[in-house]
Design a protein around this ligand. Structure first.
Ligand code: GN1
Ligand code: MG
Length: 371
């Protein structure tokens, strides 16, 4: 999509030294375009992460980058204070030559550059409960690190990001509009969402009554948003910080379960492979509660199973909305990709509904063990 020459030109606007050697695309995310950029300086390879910010999704890149800069600077100070390695344990922005944190090219595309965390990798699927336990601990610690971040300084980069009831309303508007003309292909999925309308109000209702505390949360806790150290296998860095915003701890827990405790990939076509792995659910709960449990309320802990289902339902509704809109939000590899993703999410919701009592018992057991 971009030539090496174009990417080199974009990078030339950033405070980066060395001789450009090339860029390689990294295709893990559904939103931004990401590249690993390699430079050579004094015989040493220097690597950077170049990202084109998707401005159809992040409509106000200026404010987005204010958030990202505040959060990454805060995390960097924390890592340094704890004696960690700031080059590996957090992202931070490399500024442009004009001092700005992002560069807008002639076509209006917006770019930023981060440090590249070397000798690290991400998981897209997981079978080993120990790894998922570590992921739970890493996201729990991330939440703790940001516990005294001044919440009022953050912009809402995507308003109502996890407002499930509004996500439901958006879906129903898209059903009515039927912009893609594909409605006939997804009546069963539309009905599945309609049957769960009441669920969509529960968490936002608790925010309104003050029954759940709003915290600084990550809001996109996919397993592949944690980098693991290639040598030790330990989590080293939490990435994808664009949606760090005021939110619920339950969003972070639930979304992590949605992605990581599914026995199948997010876009598995064969629904017989999709289910909630209770061993993985338990492992993540152990990791998460061991790190963040002390600061969570009884109510938050009690809602962990429900939140897992709700975040899965919400994500499925978002894929379905995008399918009906004609694939304007998420990157897709083939025409029915968003519908396939939606079907997978809804199959997982149905399985979680069957396993609700077992999930409740697991949370209870882990909570007792943490006391
Ligand atoms: C997107 O960028 P990525 O792939 O980590 C999306 C998440 C969804 C996820 C579904 C800003 O995350 O909200 O849960 O896809 N990010 C945004 O896989 O919408
Ligand atoms: Mg990501």
């Amino acid at each position: 999509m971009f030539t090496q020459e174009e990417l080199r030109e974009i990078l030339s606007h950033f405070m980066i030294s060395g001789e450009y050697r090339g860029c390689r695309a990294i295709d893990d995310g559904h939103i931004n375009n990401t590249f690993k950029a390699v430079f050579l300086s004094g015989g040493r390879e220097l690597t950077y992460l170049l990202q084109q910010i998707n401005t159809a999704v992040f409509r106000d890149p200026e404010r987005l980058m204010v958030n990202v800069d505040l959060v990454t600077s805060f995390l960097r100070d924390r890592v340094i204070a704890a004696g960690g390695d700031p080059e590996r344990e957090t992202l931070y922005c490399k500024p442009c030559k004009d001092g700005k944190k992002y560069y807008t090219d002639a076509a209006g595309r917006v770019w930023r550059v981060y440090n590249f965390v070397n000798d690290a990798f991400a998981y897209n699927t997981i079978e080993n409960p120990d790894v998922f336990r570590k992921a739970g601990k890493a996201f729990g610690e991330f939440q703790n690190q940001l516990a005294d971040f001044p919440i009022d300084t953050l912009y809402e980069t995507i308003p109502d990001f996890h407002h499930t009831a509004r996500r439901y309303r958006n879906l129903m508007n898209s059903v009515k509009r039927n912009a893609s003309g594909r409605r006939g292909l997804c009546e069963a999925q539309i009905a599945f969402a309609e049957q769960r309308l009441d669920d969509t109000f529960i968490l936002t209702g608790y925010i309104e009554t003050g029954a759940l505390p709003v915290r600084v949360t990550h809001n996109d806790t996919k397993l592949n948003n944690i980098l693991f150290d290639a040598a030790t296998g330990e989590p080293v860095c939490v990435v994808d910080l664009d949606t760090v915003m005021p939110g619920l701890s339950l969003y972070d827990f639930g979304d992590a379960i949605r992605f990581g405790a599914n026995t199948a990939a997010e876009d598995e076509r064969d629904l017989s492979k999709v289910s909630l792995d209770l061993t993985l659910f338990e492992a993540y709960t152990e990791g998460y509660l061991s790190a963040a449990g002390g600061s969570l309320t009884e109510k938050e802990i009690g809602l962990l199973p429900f939140a897992s289902k709700l975040m899965t339902l919400e994500c499925g509704m978002r894929f379905l909305t995008d399918f009906l809109d004609g694939d304007v939000y998420f990157k897709t590899d083939y025409p029915e990709h968003n519908l396939v993703r939606c079907r997978t999410q809804f199959a997982l919701v149905a399985d979680m509904e069957k396993k609700a009592e077992e999930m409740r018992r697991i949370v209870e057991k882990v909570r007792e063990a943490c006391r």
